[in-house]
Design a binder for this molecule. Structure first.
Ligand SMILES: NC(=O)c1ccc[n+]([C@@H]2O[C@H](COP(=O)([O-])OP(=O)(O)OC[C@H]3O[C@@H](n4cnc5c(N)ncnc54)[C@H](OP(=O)(O)O)[C@@H]3O)[C@@H](O)[C@H]2O)c1
Length: 328
């Protein structure tokens, strides 16, 4: 994929961190002109500078809260007046909350839905007149495997992700054949700071549910989705394989989900927090969450230790079996 986006204008929301930042890097390598949106001005400026270094002819930061319709309208208006058009819009910004339904404050629930569902509605509403005039445009929804799967302790997130996929699915049907395309990326667990930055009302520390896929792979998948828009694209096969399980064997699926989350995703103590719901995370917000590196720090010594133990056992066994001359 060399410079496939040269001459194209791409807007990425949630570009100050995680998958959005990694996708922006990949679009920059492909020569796209980039407009980066999120709430944190400082992190966005840093991401824009990275994109220029990676090859974007232009990359600008426009601080935007996607839950604010006026701000999203301004984002789209400023981009089209400055660059003449928007070819691809990546709706990636999202907020995450861990908490049983009864632990999650109603305001936090609504804040998540305002961002993760109405953020898309705000963007699509103001993109459509522009795209209808041009008779083309591609909307990439960064959904989640939880757009299809239930997950206890995540009622707000799962509700918002199911609803956003529903919206984009219907629009995909309604605009089929018009040149305006809607595509949904459904990632499994990705190594981003969302688990450190999100709200958490459980009293337990949050961890990504394994296995964790690298953020760079997710960033490349976003670019691939924009290039070849299909209805759905999954990132991470293991958790995707749970989708048929939920719908074909719901009894079994719903039996394992709560213990699975309690065992793997919520471990150790942590004070309840609103996380980044109302204010963006600290500047310097990273692209990856450090989870893959942490896993490697734990698993590498285990793998090497195991390999050495097996090798030592084999050597000892072959020595023990070697016949001695005196024994003949
Ligand atoms: N990481 C995973 O395991 C995973 C799995 C499946 C799907 N996803 C999806 O992937 C997407 C990116 O998540 P991530 O893991 O990369 O999370 P992340 O590192 O926390 O990044 C989220 C981004 O969204 C921005 N954002 C949050 N609320 C916003 C708002 N109201 N207005 C504008 N920007 C806002 C954040 O920036 P500011 O704080 O500066 O606004 C940040 O740039 C999300 O849609 C998420 O649901 C993630």
């Amino acid at each position: 994929m060399a410079h496939r986006f040269r001459g194209q204008v791409v807007v990425v929301t949630g570009a100050s961190s995680g998958i959005g930042r990694a996708a922006a890097h990949e679009f920059a390598r492909q020569g796209a002109t980039l407009v980066l949106a999120a709430r944190s001005h400082e992190s966005l400026e840093a991401a824009a500078a990275e994109c220029r270094r990676l090859g974007a002819p232009e990359a600008i930061a426009i601080p935007t809260d996607v839950a604010d319709e006026h701000a999203v309208k301004d984002l789209i208006g400023t981009t089209t007046s400055r660059f003449g058009r928007i070819d691809v819009f990546v709706g990636n910004a999202a907020l995450f909350v861990y908490g049983l339904f009864e632990q999650t404050p109603t305001d936090s629930f609504k804040r998540v839905v305002d961002t993760n569902l109405y953020g898309h509605l705000n963007a699509i509403t103001h993109l459509l007149p522009h795209w209808k005039q041009r008779r083309k445009g591609t909307y990439v929804l960064v959904g989640s495997i939880q757009s299809l799967l239930s997950a206890p302790y995540q009622s707000a997130y799962v509700t918002s992700k199911h609803a956003a996929l529903g919206l984009v699915d219907v629009l995909g049907d309604e605009y089929a054949g018009t040149g305006i395309r809607f595509t949904s990326l459904l990632p499994s667990t990705i190594d981003t700071p969302i688990y450190q930055n999100g709200a958490n009302y459980t009293g337990k520390a949050s961890h990504p549910l394994p296995p964790t896929v690298s953020v760079e792979r997710a960033g490349r998948a976003v670019v691939h989705a924009a290039l070849h828009p299909k209805r759905y694209r999954f990132v991470g096969r293991v958790q995707a394989s749970l989708v048929p399980l939920q719908y074909v064997f719901p009894g079994l699926f719903h039996l394992i989900t709560k213990p699975m989350v309690e065992t793997f995703a919520l471990r150790g103590r942590q004070e309840p927090t609103d996380g980044n719901l109302h204010v963006p995370a600290e500047a310097g917000n990273a692209t990856n969450g450090g989870w893959v590196a942490k896993r490697r720090r734990v698993t590498r010594p285990l793998v090497w230790g195991g390999a050495l133990a097996v090798a030592a056992a084999l050597v000892l066994r072959s020595r023990a079996r070697r016949p001695t001359l005196t024994g003949r």
